[in-house]
Design a protein around this ligand. Structure first.
Ligand SMILES: CC(C)(COP(=O)(O)OP(=O)(O)OC[C@H]1O[C@@H](n2cnc3c(N)ncnc32)[C@H](O)[C@@H]1OP(=O)(O)O)[C@@H](O)C(=O)NCCC(=O)NCCS
Length: 148
């Protein structure tokens, strides 16, 4: 399994994983929007024989920030280190352009994901009430990476 830049023709596969994995539904256009904004910030975990197993959609924010807009690994492939690989590669790519602060929003009820991020150095900074379409709350989490 490798982590590489997402190709345009891989968007439907990433989108299908997002639809299966996340409560919040995204439009395929969201993937194209982020790809146009920052091609190198879109990643897939890919196996030549089985295809796309997970993905990360990243965004550029103002200043030295980047965001993890969407991250998901297909259920069959979880707990094999792919989520970790996607985050690590994204941190490297963000750092290449001086973006050492990585930010994301995660549903407060998604305890597994919150624990996953906390173990990777992200810290909760804010509660965003009603961020999701169904009224669910989000925690903003931030990682200050590559700083002493
Ligand atoms: C959150 C998510 C992306 C993590 O992806 P993942 O590929 O399972 O992540 P990893 O395998 O790198 O790490 C998950 C856990 O598996 C463990 N793990 C990794 N390789 C392992 C292995 N070979 N055997 C057993 N456990 C392993 C990791 O140590 C980690 O545990 P930890 O968090 O307690 O340290 C995935 O669970 C997911 O897609 N969830 C649904 C969508 C979602 O909630 N996305 C986030 C929304 S903001």
């Amino acid at each position: 399994m490798i982590v590489k830049t997402m190709a345009g023709n891989e968007i439907p596969y990433a989108y299908a994983i997002a639809s299966r994995s996340l409560d919040e539904q995204y439009l395929p256009d969201a993937f194209s929007f982020f790809m146009a904004q920052w091609p190198a910030g879109q990643l897939v975990a890919f196996d030549p024989s089985t295809g796309v197993a997970g993905f990360l959609v990243g965004g550029r924010l103002s200043g030295n920030r980047a965001s993890v807009a969407i991250l998901a690994v297909d259920a069959l492939y979880r707990r094999n280190g792919l989520g970790d690989m996607l985050i690590e590669e994204f941190k490297k790519r963000a750092a290449l352009e001086g973006r050492n602060i990585i930010q994301l929003e995660v549903r407060t009820s998604n305890l597994d994901a919150i624990s996953f991020y906390e173990k990777r150095g992200f810290r909760k900074t804010e509660l965003l009430r009603g961020l999701y379409n169904d009224g669910g709350d989000a925690a903003r989490m931030v990682l200050f990476s590559g700083m002493c």
